[in-house]
Design a protein. Structure first.
Length: 171
């Protein structure tokens, strides 16, 4: 069944599934809001800034093509473009033209951006540990990883089977 298929008889969530779904939504919303607030307060950057800086810092030479970065983050090109403009204005990243392809451009992690992500990362990982991992068992960590992996795999399979690309960066 695809997203375009008409659903005549919805398979409603039962009470247990509904409670789990709502708890998941609440958890992700509250966790993201809290991590973003702490990142802003402690490091002066947003979680979105941090996500871009991490992706660049983990890539060879600290640079990526814009489309490659959008795909790595799962963001639309327009969202990334606006984010990069704000980050460039604050001196966290630079853009450079691709010498092999005049249409292409690179996003480059500069020294200020590298220093910023390196300073923010220890605080961020401590927050993730405090709010998520400190209160759950090893078995729950394994279950969380398995659950997330299964959902991601199912979504990727749906995208691969779809006639249209599910890649948000292609929009």
């Amino acid at each position: 069944m695809t997203a375009e298929t008409s659903i005549e008889t919805p398979r409603w969530l039962d009470a247990r599934e509904q409670a789990a779904w709502r708890a998941y939504l609440d958890m992700t919303a509250l966790l993201n809001a809290r991590l973003n607030k702490e990142m802003q307060d402690e490091s002066g950057i947003s979680i979105a800034d941090f996500s871009v800086l991490v992706a660049l810092s983990e890539h060879p030479h600290g640079r990526m093509r814009v489309l490659e970065l959008a795909r790595a983050l799962g963001w639309e090109k327009s969202r990334l473009s606006h984010q990069l403009t704000r980050m460039q204005q604050r001196g966290l990243v630079e853009r450079s033209n691709c010498s092999e392809d005049r249409r292409g451009a690179f996003v480059v992690l500069n020294d200020h951006g590298r220093h910023t992500v390196e300073a923010a990362a220890p605080r961020h990982v401590e927050s993730v540990r405090r709010y998520l991992f400190d209160e759950i068992s090893g078995e729950q960590v394994d279950a969380l990883g398995a659950l997330a992996g299964a959902v991601v795999e199912r979504l990727r399979e749906a995208c691969n089977a779809s006639a249209e690309s599910c890649d948000s960066a292609d929009e």
